[in-house]
Design a protein around this ligand. Structure first.
Ligand code: GLA
Length: 382
């Protein structure tokens, strides 16, 4: 568990001043993968893994210390780097850069970042660093942004500074998450509704320990395949601005004009949007059977059509499906490794976790980390 006291002490020992402390959570996505940048639907929950940001003002420089990397960067306020350097500091520096672009006058500051969101595990460590940094830095300015605006600015930092073409989901849930709730987000209008997670269910997250990275690589390739398919459909039906506007019927009519893999990517997104809205309805109605079926169907689509799973994640999902008390399981996040999310009856959660750990080790030789998480609140000051 992250310690506020430890973070405060780390900060004051290093920078010699008291700090204000902010927290921003990681997230787990229950369903709706790679739909956000197609302006579709997602249903994540914020989790109790998070980044803490301790901040105090400074006259002339920007100093940022990462407790996780035990590393500090320091720049004069008037010569901050204008581009990424594939370093952990890209995330907070990207935040400063987009705030300046948005016309916010940034004073000097010292910032300590301390997080426990597993890195590269599909639980949005990057968004939690961005959002924690942004709310902390904003507290030293007179600017006022709503939580969805903060999310959009942080997404901008990730897209334009860090260089990962990610959607809005991670930053949005890090800003707007609510305790004990999942959040169904319409990534076009940014309207959302909260769906309570029944108290008899646990969110069990299983880390395959296969790492991924979004800056470059497969994520961006998938995104460009999706854009290629959207363009083709738009050439036939101009109302299709984004894949969110397309239907399975559109694919039946024009899919043969696409490269086969592009057709599959589009089919995943179009059907995933339908599944995500249906899953939110099922969760709200307490229809856990339907919710579970939708999660398994989403995993199959992610694996077969989007081809963003990996053998290890498939093994975790197959093992989970055999366990009593498991409502549904799927690979969560950007794909190509990372974690599965499992909804499990509380009474079975411990047994489920140890069976999963044993079965996974037997099948792969890998020791999975298994976390029991709770849906948590979005970013706030502590
Ligand atoms: C990453 C991105 C999100 C989203 C997911 C896939 O987490 O940051 O914007 O696209 O992958 O659903």
């Amino acid at each position: 568990m992250l310690s506020v006291t430890v973070t405060r002490t780390l900060h004051s020992q290093r920078f010699g001043q008291d700090s204000a402390i902010f927290v921003a959570p990681g997230r787990v996505n229950l369903i709706g993968e790679h739909t956000d940048y197609a302006e579709g639907f997602v249903m994540p929950a914020a989790i109790d893994f998070a980044t803490l940001a301790a901040i105090c003002p400074d006259d002339t420089s920007v100093a940022i210390y990462s407790a996780n990397f035990d590393d500090q960067i320091t720049y004069p306020l008037d010569s901050l780097p204008g581009k990424a350097s594939h370093h952990w500091s890209d995330y907070p520096l990207g935040v400063v850069s987009v705030l300046r672009e948005a016309g916010v006058e940034i004073p000097g500051f010292s910032l300590t970042l301390n997080g426990d969101v597993p890195l590269g595990a599909g639980l949005s460590s990057s968004a939690s660093v961005e959002v924690a940094s942004m709310v902390a830095i904003l507290s030293l300015t007179s600017a006022t942004f709503t939580p969805p605006e903060v999310a959009k600015l942080c997404q901008r930092a990730e897209n334009h500074f860090v260089g990962a073409s990610t959607g809005i989901m991670d930053q949005f849930i890090a800003c707007c998450g609510a305790e004990d709730h999942a959040l169904l987000l319409d990534c076009r209008s940014l309207e959302y509704r909260l769906a309570p997670i029944p108290p008899h269910l646990s969110i069990v997250i299983a880390n395959s320990m296969v790492k991924h990275s979004h800056a470059g690589g497969e994520y961006n390739i998938r995104r460009s395949e999706v854009e290629e398919g959207t363009k083709l459909l738009r050439s036939h039906r101009p109302e299709i601005k984004m894949l969110r506007d397309a239907t399975v019927d559109d694919l039946k009519r024009w899919g043969h004009e696409m490269r086969p893999e592009v057709l599959k990517r589009c089919r995943h997104i179009i059907t995933e949007n339908e599944r995500t809205v249906a899953a939110a309805d099922a969760l709200q109605a307490g229809d856990l059977k339907t919710l579970g079926q939708l999660m398994y169907a989403a995993h199959a689509s992610y694996r077969d059509d989007f081809e963003a799973s990996c053998p290890e994640a498939d093994i975790l999902v197959d093992l989970a499906a055999k366990e009593t008390g498991c409502i549904g399981a799927r690979l969560t996040g950007g794909g190509f490794g990372g974690c599965t999310v499992n909804l499990v009856e509380n009474a079975q959660a411990e047994a489920f976790s140890s069976h999963l750990r044993e079965g996974y080790r037997e099948a792969t030789g890998i020791a999975a980390d298994i976390y029991l998480c709770h849906a948590s609140a979005g970013a706030h000051q502590i």
